[in-house]
Every structure is written in C-alpha cells, then in structure tokens.
Design a protein around this ligand. Structure first.
Ligand code: SF4
Ligand code: SF4
Length: 135
C-alpha cells in the first residue's frame, strides 16, 4: 500500500466532474479530501490524500490526466521542530487546514501531519523558525 498527497486543478466549467467517485469505485482507492476550493464556473482546487495499491494509484492518476484535470504531487513536507517550540500558538492562526492546533487542556501545540497542505504559511508566521520545509 502507498499513500500520496496531490493537488487537483479544475478548469472553470469542469468542477462538477465526479473524480473522487471514480477513484474510489474504479481504482479501489481510499480518498481523503483535505481541502476543497470549488465554485461553479470558476477554477477549482482540491487537495487529496490517495491511498491504495501503487498500481491502482498510477491508474487513478492516469485517469485524472486523461479527463483533462491537471494535478501536482506534493514533494515537500513540513517539519515541526518540537523541542524548540514555545507553544505561542501564532502558527495556528494562519493554518488553513487545522493541522496545527492548540491543545486546550495543556495549551500545547499539536501538529497533525496528515492534514497539512504544505502551504508554508506557518513557516513564515513562526517567530522562532520552528516550522521548516523538508524537500
Ligand atoms: S509559531 Fe512557532 S513557536 Fe509558536 S507555536 Fe507555532 S511552531 Fe511553536
Ligand atoms: S504548511 Fe503549516 S500552515 Fe500550511 S497547512 Fe501545513 S501546518 Fe498548516
């Protein structure tokens, strides 16, 4: 089994294509929608985790390509250097996916890597350069 993170870019007018349905039904893939920015008649963006057999992932990506949807694989990831974090919470204010949250009982930062969109906003917002990008 393999898991990838990918952004899909829909041309205006194509946002109603049932891509996730086909990825699940036709290619036996597990899809987790991390972020969706889609409106009728506008360009749309979808960020997905796709999990399944490597061969099925390849077929699913080929299908996406063949129906004219551009996609981009995530090659970078965000590293939280936890030992240097002072848990000020500044990064949580800019995180669009709630990957970064303050634990309300301990008032500690928590980071859920699976939800991260690698937008890098937290990297710019951290006063101590605790968040960084790994290539
Ligand atoms: S902004 Fe930096 S120091 Fe503050 S909680 Fe986030 S990672 Fe930690
Ligand atoms: S890069 Fe940082 S701000 Fe962006 S989604 Fe990931 S954790 Fe949140």
């Amino acid at each position: 089994m393999k898991k990838i993170k990918v952004s899909l870019f829909y041309p205006a007018g194509d946002v109603s294509k049932p891509i996730t349905y086909h990825l699940v039904k036709d290619f036996d893939l597990v899809i987790n929608i991390l972020h969706a920015d889609i409106s009728l008649n506008k360009m749309g963006k979808l960020v997905l985790d796709i999990e399944g057999e490597e061969e099925n992932i390849e077929k699913g990506l080929k299908f996406i390509d063949e129906i004219g949807i551009k996609y981009k694989m995530f090659t970078k990831s965000i590293i939280w250097q936890e030992d240097d974090c002072v848990h000020c919470g500044a990064c949580t204010a800019v995180c669009p996916s709630n990957a970064l949250k303050m634990d309300k009982t301990e008032w500690n930062l928590t980071f859920e890597q699976e939800k991260c969109l690698v937008c890098e906003l937290c990297v710019k917002s951290c006063p101590l350069n605790v968040m960084c990008v790994s290539l």
